[in-house]
Design a protein around this ligand. Sequence first.
Ligand code: KIV
Length: 294
Amino acid sequence: MSTYQTFSADEKPLTILDVRNAKNKRKLAMVTAYDTPSARIVDRAGVDMVLVGDSLGMVMLGRKDTLSVTLDEMIHHCRAVVQGMHHALVIADMPFMTYEPGPEAALANAARLVRESGVRAVKLEGAFLPQVRALVGAGIPVMGHIGLTPQRSAQLGGFKVQGKRADAARVLLDEAAALEEAGCFSIVLEAIPAPLAKAVTARVSVPTIGIGAGADCDGQVLVLHDMVGLYNEFTPRFVKRYAELGALMEQAVRDYAEEVRGGTFPTPAHGFGMDEEELARLESLLDGSGTDSL
Ligand code: KIV
């Protein structure tokens, strides 16, 4: 079975062009997903873009950061997401050290991600311009990501707001312009002051997607597990909790365990009976009066 997105005639998948054209017309909603069931849910909910983020290392695999996520792990999760997707544009994070070494490595690894999983675009953290040019030149759409770039959190001194000083803000403005010029179709702005995000958004012609960057970006992204209450290790201030699914799941499993222990689950309605005749035969086999032996 192909892992590539398939569409019926009346389903129109969102394209890179649709994303670019949304600028100044409508806001874009993006969320992460890491498996087929959640991909189906967010796609049905009507988001524009789905990011298979390397945040999966933390929220799905229980690691302390994103650095150890491998290309093979990303491909595994991307395939699952692509299989559940009909409308939204799927974008995959390039994991740490799969693009930093240079354009050649970036191209080889992005090609694997696209060909083996069926995602249609990739996201790179930081202003690695030769890498962006190489991928865009080869036909692989690239989303940029600046501000707080978690893969470089050690260098940034932790998960901290970036661009608070005017000189640092200037660097981010320049990086955004350079990423646009290198061919990015959109740029994620993470954890930067709202006035700076507004200025970046006004200066680039591609849509900015904010996370902790205020309301003036062209769109927003959140990590699914943060927004629905499935990840509680650390909740950044910019996250809004729309549901408490973790608590809901815990209660459901508590109820189940209690019913198993109390003998109230399963009921006959959850199981399978036997024909009267076959049951009588079985009983005679069991008590030794039947002709067949067990
Ligand atoms: O990995 C991720 O989920 C991300 C988003 C937070 C933008 O990069």
